[in-house]
Design a protein around this ligand. Structure first.
Ligand code: GLU
Length: 478
């Protein structure tokens, strides 16, 4: 392989908490780039404005930085292929969509949401799912002109071949062939003028000279669409390599209901960065048959994409804890103390706690006992049924807790106003008695009936920890 040419990328969407899956994909891309003297590019795929969360981009960068997975080019590291935020590349996406229109590979589609819904209903009744019926593919130039004159909203779609097959090649899976008739005339530019994931991803990968697309398995079904786009543009495809999905213990795709998925949560819960890197390195890959503990440098040295095995790797908390214990024991006295001071009893965290605790303690020796929940990861509930208020069922309580975690997921700026508003709105929506509602949340998030003010405590605890406690309590009840 020409080592000068290796350029890989990670392309996270800033839509929520920084995900362990993002770190996993980054780690493998990073090792591959380092191994071949190539470059890792961080591209922020922020074109889905409805799901965009402003804080998320910074949180992604902070978490990857924590793990020591440094990219070479990105929004904060200028290179020759910027901008590195997709939303700042709109003119490029539009230019290339126009190019496809001019070359006859794409067309304007003026179908209204109403028409598309009716079409879907009819397909459903007939028991078929043939996607968009290509109504606008056959409009005459004159019709298109008139609709533009009338300022009819439109999207731009790719003309897919309707016959034959398309083969994609995955480095780990070999050839995968699909019938072209299965492929929809995908939307390239949405009615708001923003590109779809497919168009932006392909245009950007090409313009950023990406040699290998190493991403999660869930994108494999998009790859034929991408290959079609490469063909329509007449561009060379990158090498595709889809990493196996991380899974919960029950083998289902990793989900926050069963496993915390936020990197910030693990950092808060006291997992060391070297543990997390090592642990993710064991997901579908191994250094050798015997050695489970290895460093990032070891991994880079031995790394070969072809060694990745496809059996679904399990993100097992017990294993993670065991591994962390191994690393913890190896810390020197200085490192141990340093970690406690900079990650657990951090100055700024203690300062945030002060106003909440100061009226509730007479002596410093009460601090640890009364406020331990501010430092714990998981809280123990020896009798989870005690979390269920009188007159409510466990199922109602589970739904309340999961629903609250979900609304908290939507909060972008985690501050007192936002948390108070969510608590109030959700209470009104649910119609629970305030006493039952607040006490259940208090117990679940602080483990105490007599915690400092609830909303204030939740703000300090942080969104990851709060949501995880809500979800874990729900899991314990079910
Ligand atoms: N924006 C996609 C994501 O959120 C990128 C997928 C890809 O790597 O192509 O993961």
């Amino acid at each position: 392989m020409n080592s000068q040419k290796v350029r890989v990328r990670i392309a996270p969407s800033p839509t929520g908490d920084p995900h362990v899956g993002t770190a996993y994909v980054t780690l493998f891309n990073y090792c591959f780039a380092k191994k071949h003297g190539g470059k890792l590019i961080l591209r922020i795929e922020d074109t889905d404005q409805t799901r965009y969360r402003a804080q998320s981009e910074q949180a992604i960068m902070d978490s990857l930085g924590w793990l020591g997975l440094q990219w070479d080019e990105g929004p904060d590291r200028p290179g020759n292929h910027g901008p590195y935020r997709q939303s700042e590349r709109r003119s490029l996406h539009q230019y290339w969509a126009q190019h496809l229109l001019d070359a006859g590979h794409a067309y304007y589609c003026f179908c209204t949401a109403h028409r598309l819904e009716k079409m879907r209903q009819e397909q459903k009744e007939k028991g078929v799912n043939s996607g968009y019926d290509r109504h606008c593919r056959h409009l005459s130039a004159q019709e298109v002109h008139t609709l533009h004159q009338e300022k009819t909203p439109y999207v731009i779609r790719l003309k897919m071949p309707t016959e034959g097959t398309t083969t994609i090649h995955d480095l780990l899976r070999g050839d995968i062939t699909i019938e072209n008739s299965q492929l929809d005339d995908q939307v390239l530019i949405k009615s708001d003028g923003f590109p779809t994931y497919h168009l932006a991803n392909v245009v950007d990968d090409h313009l950023m000279e990406i040699s290998h697309v190493i991403r999660a398995e869930e994108w494999i079904s998009s790859t034929p669409k991408h290959v079609m786009l490469y063909k329509a543009f007449g561009w060379k495809e990158p090498v595709f390599c889809h990493l196996p999905l991380l899974r919960n213990n029950d083998k289902s795709k990793i989900s926050k209901r069963k496993n915390p998925t936020s990197l910030s949560f693990y950092r808060r819960a006291g997992i060391l960065s070297q543990t997390m890197v090592n642990f993710l390195g064991l997901m579908g890959w191994s250094l050798n048959a015997t050695q489970e503990i290895f460093s990032l440098e070891d991994m880079i040295r031995a790394f070969d994409l072809k060694d990745i095995h496809l059996g679904g790797p399990i993100f097992d908390q017990k294993k993670l804890n065991w591994l962390n214990n191994q690393y913890l024991q190896k810390l020197s006295d200085d490192q141990f103390v340093h970690h406690l001071k900079t990650e657990v009893f951090k100055d700024d965290y203690l300062r945030q706690l002060r106003p909440l605790v100061v009226e509730r303690m007479d002596r410093f020796d009460q601090f640890v006992d009364k406020f331990a929940f501010f430092f714990n990861g998981e809280l123990e509930f020896p009798d989870p049924t005690a979390l269920v208020p009188q007159g409510k069922t466990p199922q109602e309580t589970i739904e309340m807790l999961l629903g609250l975690a979900e609304v908290f997921d939507e909060v972008d700026a985690w501050n007192l106003d936002a948390v108070k508003k969510v608590l109030e709105d959700y209470k009104t929506k649910l119609g629970w008695k305030p006493k039952d509602y607040f006490m259940t949340i208090r117990l679940v998030t602080t483990g105490r009936k007599d915690s400092p003010p609830l909303a204030e405590s939740l703000v300090v605890l942080g969104s990851d920890m709060v949501k995880d406690r809500l979800r874990r309590a729900a899991a314990k009840l079910s």
